[in-house]
Design a protein around this ligand. Sequence first.
Ligand code: SF4
Length: 684
Amino acid sequence: MDFKYVPTTCPYCGTGCSFNLVVVDGKVVGTAPFQRSPVNEGRVCPKGSYAHEFVNAPDRLKTPMIKKDGKFVEASWDEALDLVAEKFAQYKGEQSSVICCARASNEDNYALQKFGRCVMQTPNIDHCARLCHASTVAGLAQIFGSGAMTNSVSDLADTNCAFIIGSNNFEAHPLAGRRLMQAKKKGAKIIVCDPRRTPTAKQAHLHIQHYSGTDIALLNGMMQYIIQNGWENKDFIEKRTVGYEEFKKNVMQEKYSLENVSKITGVPVDDIKTACQWIHEAEKTTAVYTLGITQHTVGVDNVRSVGFLQMLTGNMGKPGTGVNPLRGQNNVQGACDMGALPNVFPGYQKVTDEAAVKKFEDAWGCKMPAKIGLTIPEMLDTFADEPEKLKCLYLMGENPIISDPDIAHVDKALKNIEFLVVQDIFLTETAEYADVVLPAVCYAEKDGTQTNTERRVQRWRKAQDGPGESKYDWQIIAELAAKMGMGDKFPWANASEVFDEMAALTPQYCGMNYERIEKEGLQWPCPTCDHPGTKVLHCETFAGMPDGKSVFAPIEHRPPAEQTDADYPFILTTGATIWHWPSGTMTRRSESLNRDCPTGWIEINEEDAAEMGIETGDIVTAYSRRGEVDVPARKTPDIKKGVMFMPFHFWECRANWITNTPYDPVSKTPEYKACAINVKKKEA
Ligand code: SF4
């Protein structure tokens, strides 16, 4: 029997834990701890424990498939790629679009955005960061000059106070949550702001249960109280910020008095005072947030407001402080870094900057569209409503028919696409709409890198061969480029060569190569070959800002796009569970995870449930202005009265039948966290 351990990083959340894949006779059969990881120190959550279970699922894609007369027919690689090349050649520039993948490696995303720009000649390139943390990228870049987590996962354990808002990290990022519990054990105060009494909120010393969509009011109220008490860090404000006076004038308005904020948020005044007092008394406060902040029509302003709290109190640029968005999918940070976005090349170099365009045109040997392309919501809107303008989509590894808001709208958009190519490891619900399906290998079957939430670039290592004729994503892309006469622009023999080409063009990654990241990865920025990587950003200066200073600005509370009324009297918010991962493509093929959490549910406050005669286990119809869905009810005291919650992973009871499409005007991130719904008990 041939037995080996292959160290790799987890394919699920952005925490970026490492573990060993256990390989017997060439097949992945289990996971085992990898003790040397600076992120997780050998521990994993349930998803990580069972991350081997989907790898050899019987329904992995094994051959390319072409749809003929409405049915998929197996095809050779030559047949499939010839067809795709012929079709892609018919669509010019802006008629085409590309969706990259936050679950795929840096190398795969680099290859696909380059293919989109160079070969398809389209600016329409995006990926699912749009749906989660695009508000972080835009918001933090506006105030700090860099749209990434400022500190490190390990340094969450060194804080004296954790201000956690809109983050159920105990379920969504459990090993980051572990660091916060380490801080708690050492005496740190834990404050959690969330409309639900989540497992994370249950660990807190103080749970601030505000209404979904009232974060700015809450934060403005807190900052007014801090200033009233003279608790602001005057030295930090003077030396390291601009725009303070205008910001102060805004938060000091009567509408942000604690009494008024209490009315808007539903939070007792004393709780807000306590949170401010604890932040004031702590030597170091860290701010942690996730999608409860970003997935709003005011997502960018929510992000900036969290940043302002940390600037106001001087909690920046030191271990145990900072603004720490926990990125969602395993490589959503990396996919952004790789330029899988419509406005930037790799390394956030703007597509509208002439020097950047010339740099990439020279390096890649091709002309490119120097304009900002469509985001995913804009692509779907265009496919749905103006299909004559946008005709084809090359989609790698994403599943919008479950993950995007307002499913009826997504269904219309997907049906309108003239030519859809899906590259994936399973025949996903979205792949069913495709004209051609291309089979790729999964994380356990390839070498590559991914970048976790703390900007750490870490390795995937090949542990077994992929099934059937599946190929590496970057390899499929390069072979397709060759079919389209541009093979010389994609000359790579292996993933390491893709990485080297990318690193040479990406300032944050310039000092990295596979040899340097072999042991425990490196955190960007790592600009030179002898640079040790960067654990904490903005220590001395905000390097990405023109004058090196962070920027305060006045921000007003604005309510969610859709308000409750007599017909739709409840606010719906959505989120993740500890057992599953976004659209469930991988986790729902894990026997262990599925056994523990076989389907979705809707959480209803126990008083609301009693008024409607609903008991736990009853099937209710949840409905909004966009659609309806039948789902089992869970009666609970843990959610605020008037608010309901649905996890978003489950095909059979998709939360996104009823969610809303309006998005933040800057980040274009949809408002998954607040829409108006109603429920009725389904008659047996
Ligand atoms: Fe994987 Fe995230 Fe769990 Fe770590 S915390 S094992 S990265 S899912």
